[in-house]
Design a binder for this molecule. Structure first.
Ligand SMILES: Cc1ncc(COP(=O)(O)O)c(C=O)c1O
Length: 450
């Protein structure tokens, strides 16, 4: 189903025990000059030479299998010729212009429209932003502006970014009016997390929806009528948590019942990750507002907010940012969406995703440190626990990430307790790199619990 091999022919290849001497030297210069707030250099101690498809080469010549994809950004793989060609063509035209239309911008808008979930297609407008957090923040400002209300309902375990706040140091009151953010105006509802939800049974979606319905309806609940409900269809940083299939349709109904805009954050679930271009289509829902970023730019930072056309009476300069809609990212995004629409890559993601899930499930049946395995498409979480219990085991997750790295497999953690290993490989990863990775994963677990 893949027309050409994108990755290097053989991986992993560990020539020097990582971190090798060349990596060490570069890492020490970085340590001297760059902020200590970095986290990934603690997890994966290597300096990068180059990457191809789902393989990454460090400066010591080690070749790693990439199940990390730059935190779910490289859905089509590193250096995919389709993306590179689009960026190269655009490089020779223009690399930055604010808002004025280019061919890349119009192609992106058209292709994005053609892929939109449910009734959004042909009935939406797009607002350009720069990062995932920027898109989520603009989405909240938009919901507040159109409803003239303030409270946002978010979910336990959510991650929508860490932007926000600086507008309070911007003097022009015009901008503060639309974008200002008060943390007390967010109400966190429990996310239906099947493995850890305190109320057991098959109807945890109903429990959450009934609770929210009660809190929204009751004038004495303590929350004022919300401006928006913000949700990740499958939680990403929170632990690759897949809600029951009925949850999003029920949330959609609840939002309609109370006339509250539903903001769906597709930053991590989008661009084919779950086997559909948008996870909203997996659950048959139409968002009122949708946030898009990460893999849409193929490695170039872009993001967008898509919203119902009826909301489109926004004042000029409602949301600003010099770099919104970078032409290189838009050219990449247009090419990526076209590829996903025309090819059969997503069928492969659905089919292979099921196989990978079931391989991890087999391991769960074998090893007591795997408490739960869940996922859709290539968004799969493996939750690690203390042997034979459900107690989160962050220690083993951190150790496992390091052992995998030493063995040439890049895999990162997530979750409320940092105890979930996540499979977020490029959607184009070749069969042998899936198999080799699964073997390394299993043998590392076996070795660790010996
Ligand atoms: C669902 C979701 N929303 C928003 C963000 C924030 O994106 P960014 O890091 O580009 O600001 C992330 C980042 O991981 C995310 O996973």
């Amino acid at each position: 189903m893949l027309t050409q091999r994108l990755s290097l022919n053989k991986a992993p290849v560990i020539r020097v025990k990582p971190p090798g001497p060349k990596s060490m030297e570069i890492l020490s210069i970085q340590d001297k000059l760059e902020s200590s707030t970095r986290s990934y250099t603690r997890f994966f101690k290597m300096a990068i030479d180059y990457a191809k498809g789902s393989t990454i080469v460090d400066v010591d010549g080690n070749i790693y299998i990439d199940w990390f994809g730059g935190v779910s950004v490289m859905n089509l793989g590193h250096g995919n010729p389709i993306v590179i060609r689009a960026i190269e063509d655009q490089l020779n035209k223009i690399t930055h212009i604010t808002e004025l239309p280019t061919e890349a911008r119009i192609s992106y808008l058209k292709n994005l429209n053609a892929t939109l979930p449910g009734k959004m297609k042909d009935h939406s407008k797009v607002l350009f932003t720069v990062s995932g957090a920027d898109a989520c923040e603009a989405a909240i400002s938009l919901a507040r502006y159109i409803t003239k209300r303030r409270t946002i309902i978010a979910f336990s375990g959510s991650y929508h970014g860490i932007a926000g706040g600086v507008v309070h140091a911007t003097a022009n009151p015009h901008y503060r009016e639309y974008a200002s953010f008060n943390p007390h105006e967010v109400f966190f509802a429990p996310f239906p997390y099947p493995y850890r939800f305190p109320i057991k049974g098959d109807d945890i979606s109903k429990v959450v929806i009934d609770y929210l319905d009660y809190m929204i309806s009751d004038p004495y609940s303590g929350i004022s009528k919300p401006a928006g409900i913000m949700v990740e269809p499958i939680q990403g940083e929170g632990g690759y948590i897949v809600p029951p299939d009925d949850f999003l349709p029920m949330l959609r109904e609840l939002a309609d019942k109370h006339s509250i805009p539903l903001i769906v954050d597709e930053v991590q679930t989008g661009v084919g990750r779950t086997g559909k271009i948008w996870a909203s289509d997996l659950y048959g829902i139409t968002p009122d507002i949708m946030c898009v970023s990460k893999s849409i730019g193929g490695g170039i930072p872009i993001s967008s907010v898509v919203y119902r056309e009826e909301y489109d009476n926004l004042p000029t300069a409602f949301h600003l940012g010099t770099y919104r809609g970078n032409p290189l990212g838009l050219a990449a995004g247009a090419a990526i969406l076209e590829y996903l629409m025309k090819g059969n890559l997503l069928d492969r993601v659905t089919k292979y995703g099921r196989n990978i899930l079931s391989r991890f499930q087999d391991m769960m049946n074998e090893y007591g440190v795997i408490g739960d395995v869940r996922g859709k498409g290539f968004m799969i979480g493996v939750e690690l626990v203390k042997n034979g219990t459900t107690s989160p085991n962050q220690e083993i997750a951190q150790k496992l990430r390091d052992v995998l790295f030493q063995n040439g497999l890049l895999m990162h953690t997530c979750g409320h307790y940092g105890n979930v290993m996540r499979f977020m490989a490029p959607l184009t990863i070749e069969d042998d790199l899936i198999d080799n990775g699964l073997e390394i994963f299993e043998s590392s677990i076996r070795e660790m619990i010996k």
